[in-house]
Design a protein around this ligand. Structure first.
Ligand code: AMP
Length: 441
């Protein structure tokens, strides 16, 4: 029960109004500590209720402020516009019976209008680091009275190259009393570095290990021969699966546009979301999906980050994500708040090893599914190593006449150490280090 928390009655009233009855595990763990003013580092999956876990204690700190509103008291940093907009809505819903006002600063919106909003000085400011810094540099933003900072989806902010911006914004808040950092994954060295710089002796709450992240979601793979074959499988799934709303992930904008074009040509109500789309298109896509006007969204990772759309119960990975963490983020869109979901990854020859490293990272084995109506010829590697990866097949090189060529033996590569981890601890696929992935928004 939420009444177990020492929350102000106006906030409890809002919680009741929103029909939140039982706190989720992250709320049960984080709210009491956050109310004590502790710095927190919370590892919790998308869809676990983590927004309320920081918003409620943050508002509780501000709800009794008697002074006239003259200063920004709380700052929430998030990686994307959509996530920032959703968080603003959550703050507004929880503060509906208080005098607390919240403001939003993200890229893609009018700079001058934002400056005018800042002149009215909201109590809580929510935004993405890039535009907040621009407003700061223009002299429109004053953060010296900020008491609490929240870094949400901190791992993702680092992925997107916001580390310096986040640090700079934190340094602009020298009088802050509390910092709370949330991430869906335990992150890597970059995250550890940020934690060391911005948090003071934080309490680390690990709400779920990566292997539990997608409990409510069935995870399947279907092998495919090539991209065209993948498109046929997608069409079959969209026609035959029972789903309320579906999201199809691609790694590039070009592929997202291509799939979207094919779906529209076949009369599907679909939308596409990627970094080339302007803010208006992005808002429209999300609204249509929320209201049910469109059932299918084709998106790249960055664009779809933090989407919280009810009834999103089918995720299709047209391309395998580049890392285990990214897979977790994508699948986090289904099975939210205890609902069932289905995640299907389409695996060509070139995707196999990446898929198997993600399986090892998650310590899960994806269900192998065959759809006889769209069955191809590729069914996975002929031989797999103990790791699950394809065992190398030695190519016999031939010269133009068809004679076998003598191939010089390659130097043996170093043997892996017996205790070497199967997948890197930060969830990166061992094949490729994570890059900010310029084409992915
Ligand atoms: P979040 O992880 O914060 O994005 O939350 C995921 C979804 O769960 C949002 O739609 C929340 O409104 C909803 N939610 C969060 N906490 C609760 C709760 N205690 N009871 C019911 N729904 C909740």
């Amino acid at each position: 029960m939420f009444s177990q928390f020492a929350l102000h009655e106006r906030l409890l009233k809002a919680v009741a109004e929103l029909k939140f009855v039982e706190p989720t595990p992250v709320q049960a763990a984080a709210i009491p500590l956050a109310l004590q003013g502790r710095d927190l580092r919370v590892t919790a999956q998308t869809g676990s209720g983590k927004t309320a876990a920081f918003v409620l204690p943050m508002l509780n700190r501000l709800v009794d402020l008697k002074q006239k509103r003259v200063e920004i008291r709380a700052l929430v940093l998030l990686p994307t516009r959509e996530l920032a907009q959703q968080t603003l809505k959550e703050v507004e819903r929880f503060s509906q019976f208080t005098f607390i006002k919240a403001g939003l600063i993200t890229g893609g919106e009018d700079f001058k209008e934002q400056a005018a909003m800042l002149r009215k000085v909201p109590d809580v400011l929510i935004g993405t680091p890039g535009r907040l810094l621009e407003q700061l540099n223009a002299g429109n933003l004053h953060l010296e009275h900020v008491q609490v900072i929240v870094l949400d989806e901190a791992d993702r902010m680092l992925d997107m190259g916001f580390a310096e911006d986040v640090e700079r914004l934190c340094n602009e808040c020298p009088n802050r009393e509390q910092t709370m950092l949330f991430s869906a994954t335990t992150g890597g060295a970059g995250l550890r570095d940020m934690i060391g710089k911005v948090l003071k002796t934080p309490e680390h709450l690990m709400l779920n290990s990566v292997s539990q992240l997608a409990e409510g979601t069935r995870q399947q793979i279907i092998t495919a021969d090539h991209n065209q074959h993948k498109e046929q499988i997608i069409q079959w799934l969209l026609e035959n699966e029972t789903y309320d709303k579906a999201i199809i992930f691609t790694n590039t904008r070009v592929m997202a546009d291509r799939i979207y074009g094919h779906l529209v040509a076949k009369d599907y109500k679909a939308f596409v979301l990627h970094g080339d789309k302007d803010q208006k298109d992005r808002k429209l896509a999300i609204e249509r999906l929320k209201q049910g006007g469109a059932k299918i969204l084709v998106a790249t990772d960055v664009a779809a980050r933090g989407l919280d759309v009810d009834g999103l119960d089918l995720v299709i990975n047209f391309d395998m994500p580049r890392s285990g963490d990214e897979y977790v983020h994508r699948i986090g869109r289904t099975g939210r708040a205890g609902n069932e979901g289905l995640a299907v990854s389409l695996i060509c020859h070139g995707d196999w090893n990446l898929m198997s490293s993600i399986e090892r990272y998650l310590k899960q084995s994806f269900e192998r599914r065959v759809i006889k109506e769209v069955k191809g010829t590729y069914t996975g590697p002929k031989k797999v190593k103990a790791s699950g990866k394809a065992a190398g097949v030695k190519k016999k090189k031939t010269d133009k006449k068809g004679d076998k060529k003598v191939v010089a033996k390659r130097k043996p590569t170093a043997k892996p150490k017996p205790n070497a981890p199967l997948a890197s601890a930060d969830g990166l696929a061992p094949l490729k280090r994570r890059k900010p992935a310029p084409a992915a928004e």
